[in-house]
Design a protein around this ligand. Sequence first.
Ligand SMILES: [Zn+2]
Length: 306
Amino acid sequence: MRTRNHLPNPARALALATFLIALAALASGQSGAPASSCDNCPEWNRPQQPFRVYGNTYYVGPHGLTSILLTSQAGHVLIDGALPESVPQVVANIRALGFRVEDVKLIVNSHVHFDHGGGIAELQRLSGARVAASPWSAEVLTKTGVGKGHPQFGGLVPLALVPRADTLRDGQTLRVGDIKLTAHFTPGHTPGGTSWTWKSCEGGRCLSLVYSDSMTPVSAEGFRFSDSREYPDAVRDFEKSFAFLRAAPCDILLTSHPDASGLWQRLEGRQRGDRPDPVVAPNACKELAGRAAEQVRRRLESEKGR
Ligand SMILES: [Zn+2]
């Protein structure tokens, strides 16, 4: 009675397989998404050996997408979860450093695109951590999976949702053990973008670290930063974010895409034994602000007469 009507035959198996593939595509939100929605994903997700950035700050992401672990005796903080398919790497990297994902008490993010927020739901499930985000990003993380009316709307894979996320205020400091992590709203790339600052110490030498959100004016086809009706504050938002980068105490800059701050060249220099340690680069935040402002200027220029 259990199996008589369910004997496989090739046609039924094929129909079932087709149905399951369609269902999986729907469930992951990829139906209708362009095939190019992540041409870069395999490259971004290349494995990376985790390493100590400074003090209690560690890099635990894959090679192309940053995920940062801050550790304390009373539990850890994770900044960004990379892609859904990055989660096994992030977990293995945390373990390789001698920590446990179960001890992650707080997960925060830079911005809720699938390449930085895609792994958060699964990492939250594995850790039981609290998730906290800017109001715009919390709405995406818990309700919609993709933010409406922002520059890349229409071209993105939605995120897997988290059951709940606390909403943050600009400038709010979060604590886990002796970790004090401050949220700075840096919108523009998305309206909910958030950068993070904290201090890490090694043998009494404490440095100011900055985790900068993406500052790039990337958009779906047809979006205009200069006069968008959906996101009229886009340019003003970018300017606010650049002002943050110019002013922030910044001994070590980390960015949501490690290439944006030349992390791998700096790490190579450190491993060669270059002195002073090239990972410590107090001008890096100002230089990033300069490059990003120039990108936005060029983008606005290109929108003229279109
Ligand atoms: Zn993005």
